[in-house]
Structures are given as C-alpha cells and as structure tokens.
Design a protein around this ligand. Sequence first.
Ligand code: SF4
Length: 216
Amino acid sequence: MDNKCLKINEIYSTLIGEGDYAGLPCVIVRLSGCNLRCSYCDTKHAYDNGIEMTVGQVMRAVNKFRIAPVLITGGEPLLQSQVIELMESLIEQDNIVLLETNGSLPVKDVQGEVLTIMDIKCPSSGESEKNLYENIDFLTERDDIKFVLADREDYDWALGVIDEEGLEGYCHILMSPVYGKLNPRDLAQWMIDDGLIARMSLQLHKIIWDPDERGR
Ligand code: SF4
C-alpha cells in the first residue's frame, strides 16, 4: 500500500452509538485492518476489505455529509500512521473528532483536541493480554475508557482494573454489555448495587436499526 494513503473500509453518516456523544449525528470513517481478534467482534468486515484513499480524498468524502462530528474507528485506526494527519486536517477545519481505539497500540501521538474512546479488553475478549496500560497516562478527563463486558466475570475483572489504575474520576468510564450476551438489566443492577461512577453504554445503532445491518 502507498504509505501516503489510508486503507478505508467505509465512510457513512449515522448517530454516534456509544459514549458521551451517543445520539449525535456523525460521519464514521472506518479504517481497515485490526491487530486483535476479539471473540465478540462485530466488525470482521473491516479486517481486510478496503480501498486506498489519500487524506485529501477522505476529507472530501467526509465533507459531502455536512456533519461536524467525525468518528474515526476500525478495525484499529492507529495501525495506520496517516490517521494522525487525517485527524489534524479535521481539527484544522473545526470538526469534532472522536477516535475509537482498542487500547493495544500507543495513543501518545493522538492530538489533545481528539476525544479518545479507548477500550480496556476484558478476559472474555481473549485479548486482555494486549492492553497497553501506559496509555492511561495520555488520556484526560475528556476521554473515555470502555470496558466491553460479556459476563459477571468480566464485570468483576473491570472493577479490579478501575480500582488498581485509579480510573474513577480520572476519565469517563463506559460499561458496555456485549449485544445478545449480557443482559443490560443485569449490568445496570450490578452498577447500581456498587454505586459505580461509570456509565452504561448501549450500542444505539443496534437498538434503532437491524443489529446486523452494515453502514449503521
Ligand atoms: S479490536 Fe475491535 S475490530 Fe478489532 S477484533 Fe476487537 S472488536 Fe473487532
């Protein structure tokens, strides 16, 4: 691949599905390629498929939507170094820029203006050994750390990490049940019982539209 290009899986408009900005119309820029293989992955179509685009071509595709918030996701966007230049261009033209990253690659080069939503992978993902905990030092109170939970074991494990890393009050904490695996009512009750300073994060697009539909 031309190292001046990004490999893009899809660009489309939707509502932000999760996190503090959930419900806000946005443009999704999904980059191809991922270095992990989470057990519950719902974006396998982004592992390989995609077309090469320059940063300028991506900007033109984004600007056609006339929507200011842009969510960069994957796959794993930080696998492609050109994503930093793309985010710089979006910041320069005053877009709100959000970045979803799986937490296994360094976030130190991500601009401070970008709202980062970083996963900490739980045991049921099969990828919890890949978490790069030093990334936490580069996040601020504007950023989100997201735990995707498949069962009570994941929940208890996440509580341990929140405690060990001192995450409560450090940045926003999102608790996201795996769709179809963990009942949100169970998670809600556990969070209430524990008085956790964290937010439940449901995948809005799966509630509004067909959960298997692409481009939503
Ligand atoms: S990090 Fe995301 S895209 Fe990659 S395997 Fe896990 S869920 Fe799928």
